[in-house]
Design a protein around this ligand. Structure first.
Ligand code: SF4
Length: 448
């Protein structure tokens, strides 16, 4: 077996895990291919965070069943959170499925694929020590490298399946992470994004997240450092100190709220009150002037009343986030909340969700309008798909605050920094004009 097709669902941590798997497979002499039709094995790297994500994967497995009926030697595998979560059910479908591998089984993926060619194979044990810190991922191109610093979660929010699918929290050794960041910089990546379920609770036994930010701030070739997602309860003064003193750490904090009601926050076991969250948000804005803040909110948690929802609306108006990821509650088996009676039907969840989307859209639009006339520093990503209908080619990139900026192509190279003046705005994009010199030069000299 040589050719493997890998398809990824879910969050950025899953994308990073797929890059890890790709590295493991290539070092074993296997080739990653672009289409399932060209493959000897297909692996779906899955997400269990919402029911909708699982349904998409089950639908995709149906398509692979058709492919397998034409090519009986094809190995079909499921990896990731859904493998862990639905292991029994997936193995029942063994006429289609040959391999189930959970998030802690990727190190042995080549061997598991070989075994799966003989008989259905499952490797779903959670391993408290596995961090993959010593393995080099095979990253896709681009200017941004996603580096997982911590795996699993110990928080057990009542709605969340992650502690059950990804196991207990463990951090990669600081030295491994510095080496990974140096490798990414040497490969041409200019922005590092640290990933973890609760990334700021990082602790390798000797170093905390503030130490990690400081240690990687000095890596040659790295222009910018970001991280996601922190947990409000772990947002220490030490992390804020590091953000203010490390010049490469960007002024953007994603600070999940989940609900503006103390009653719902308690039922979710989020470990903070709204007052504590409000104090933290004010502290972040005081310590990091101009910081952009984004959030996550869930609507329709069991027991969420109209008063609870109104509290969320009121806090959204007060907090004035730059952006927000807004979701309907989705009951997940194994979680504590799964045993609660759902009190908000799907139509009402949809209504509440749309109301928050509209509210946030207005707030984001006002904030983006406030950028008109200002200069922003942009890390160039490359040609903009938005430019396809435009009269002239366009580039896109991210501002320091992680806002998407689009401007006419001035020849800037991906991975360089550009100064752009904002001349237009939508709730999600800043439109700019370049302040570039005529012959752009890369701002960074690559190390050998
Ligand atoms: S902090 Fe809560 S929501 Fe986030 S991964 Fe852990 S259990 Fe899930």
């Amino acid at each position: 077996m040589k050719r493997v097709f890998l398809e990824t669902y879910g969050c950025q941590m899953n994308v990073a895990d797929s890059e890890l798997m790709a590295g493991v497979l290539e070092r074993a002499g296997m080739e990653l291919v672009e289409s399932a039709e060209d493959a000897d094995a297909v692996i779906l790297n899955t997400c269990a965070i919402r029911e909708h994500a699982e349904q998409r994967v089950l639908g995709r497995l149906g398509e692979f069943a058709n492919l397998k009926s034409r090519n009986p030697d094809l190995i079909v595998g499921v990896a990731g959170c859904m493998a862990q979560h639905l292991r029994a059910r997936l193995l029942d479908k063994k006429r289609v499925l040959d391999l189930v591998v959970g998030p802690d089984g990727y190190r042995n993926l080549p061997e598991l694929l070989r075994r799966a060619a003989q008989l259905p194979t499952a490797e779903v044990r959670l391993d408290r020590d596995e961090t993959y810190g010593d393995l080099e991922p095979k990253r896709h191109g681009g200017v941004r490298a996603w580096v997982t610093v911590q795996r699993g979660c110990d928080k057990f929010c009542t709605y969340c399946v992650v502690p059950y699918t990804r196991g207990r929290e463990r951090s990669l050794p600081l030295a491994d992470l510095v080496r990974q960041v140096e490798q990414a910089a040497a490969q041409g990546f200019r922005e590092i994004v640290f990933l973890g379920q609760t990334v700021n609770s990082y602790h390798d036994g000797a170093h905390d997240f503030a130490d990690l930010l400081r240690a990687t701030n000095d890596v040659h070739g790295v222009l910018r450092i970001r991280y996601t997602s922190p947990h409000p309860s772990d947002m220490s003064e030490r992390v804020l100190d590091a953000m203010t003193t490390c010049q490469k750490v960007m002024p953007h904090v994603h600070l999940p709220l989940q609900s503006g009601s103390d009653r719902v926050l308690a039922a979710m076991e989020r470990s903070y009150t709204l007052a504590q969250y409000r104090t933290l948000l004010a502290r972040i804005r005081q310590r990091i002037p101009g910081v952009a803040v984004s959030t996550d909110i869930i609507v329709g948690f069991p027991g969420e009343t109209l008063e609870d929802f109104a509290a969320t609306q009121a806090f959204l108006a007060e907090a004035r986030y730059d952006s927000a990821f807004l979701f309907k509650y989705s009951a997940r088996p194994d979680t504590k909340a799964y045993r609660l009676r759902e009190t908000v039907d799907d139509d009402e969840k949809g209504r509440r969700l749309q109301s928050l989307i509209d509210q946030q859209h207005g707030i984001s639009g006002e904030i983006m309008d406030g950028w008109l006339g200002r200069e922003v520093e942009v890390l160039v990503d490359g040609p903009s798909w938005r430019g396809k209908g435009a009269r002239e080619p366009q580039l896109h990139g991210k501002s320091r605050e992680f806002k998407t900026v689009v401007w006419s192509d001035d020849g800037a190279l991906p991975g360089t920094l550009r100064r752009v003046r904002v001349v237009g705005a939508t709730p999600v994009t800043l439109l700019g004009e370049s302040l570039a010199v005529p012959r752009p030069e890369p701002l960074v000299t690559l190390s050998a």
